[in-house]
Design a binder for this molecule. Structure first.
Ligand code: 13P
Length: 249
């Protein structure tokens, strides 16, 4: 039985002092010991958010990471910088990073491998555009993203990975995918993992849905057989996130 993982992606929101306030506000609301709770926050918020989250069930994660160990890469955050302060999760290849910061399936693969090298769990994002959905190529496109993201990743590593299926047209639009659409793609992702590796790996890997998840849509989405939680943007900055994390109560 896979344990659910519900993560917030703060994106470029919250100053360090606002981050402390938000963690303190949400701490009692997200106290559901039956699920893994992660707040992926801007790099500068990681340390203060961790301090604020101490003693709670909240894991603080990063929103991005570079694929080299160190060196002349101005502005980037290295994996060792993350592990040094105790970060265990990092979002890799969010569609916003692909769109605005030129990330590709190849850089995603490099980052995924580097995260595993450092013992950080990557939350690997994939998702189709509206045009791709309308062209009927959603599953083909996602399969390609997944196959490249997992190149040279071992089955042992893949078992620990988290995949976030986030249809781009559902992000920040209030237009949540239907439960059937979300389940269909998450199932296809699991089948793709089974093809690359084996059934045991596919059974273990956790697949989230992301895109306008709200307190009202979470229970039905997370009840689907292949949806193991969510990656939540806007609603993770509000008390609503407490209801999403407690979707099963
Ligand atoms: P919203 O929940 O705001 O649609 O964002 C989803 C997302 O991009 C999470 O990574």
């Amino acid at each position: 039985m896979r344990r659910k993982i519900i993560a917030g992606n703060w994106k470029m929101n919250m100053t360090p002092s606002e981050a402390v306030q938000l963690v303190n506000e949400l701490k009692p609301l997200v106290a559901n010991e039956e699920v893994d709770v992660v707040f992926c926050v801007p790099a500068i918020d990681i340390i203060p958010a961790m301090e604020a989250a101490k003693g709670s069930n909240i894991n603080i994660g990063a929103e991005n990471m570079y694929f080299e160990d160190k060196g002349a890469f101005t502005g980037e955050i290295s994996p060792a910088m993350l592990t040094d302060v105790g970060v265990k999760y990092v979002v890799i290849g969010h569609s916003e990073r692909r769109e605005y910061f030129a990330e590709t399936d190849e850089t995603v693969n490099k980052k995924v491998k580097k995260a595993f090298e450092y013992g950080i769990t990557p939350i690997i994002c994939c998702g189709e555009s509206l045009a791709q959905r309308e062209q009927g190529v959603t599953i083909d496109f996602i399969r390609q993203q997944i196959k490249i993201a997992f190149l040279d990743v071992t089955a042992e590593q893949a078992k620990k990975a988290v995949i976030a299926y986030e249809p781009i047209w559902a992000i920040g639009t209030g237009k949540v995918a239907t439960t059937e659409q979300a389940q269909e793609v998450c199932k296809a992702i699991r089948e793709c993992i089974a093809e690359i590796y084996d059934d045991a790996t596919a059974e273990e890997i956790r697949i989230q849905y992301g895109g306008s998840v709200s307190a009202s849509s979470a229970p039905e989405l997370f009840a689907q057989p292949d949806i193991d939680g969510g990656l939540v943007g806007g609603a993770s900055l509000k008390p609503d996130f407490g209801s999403i994390v407690n979707y099963n109560k």
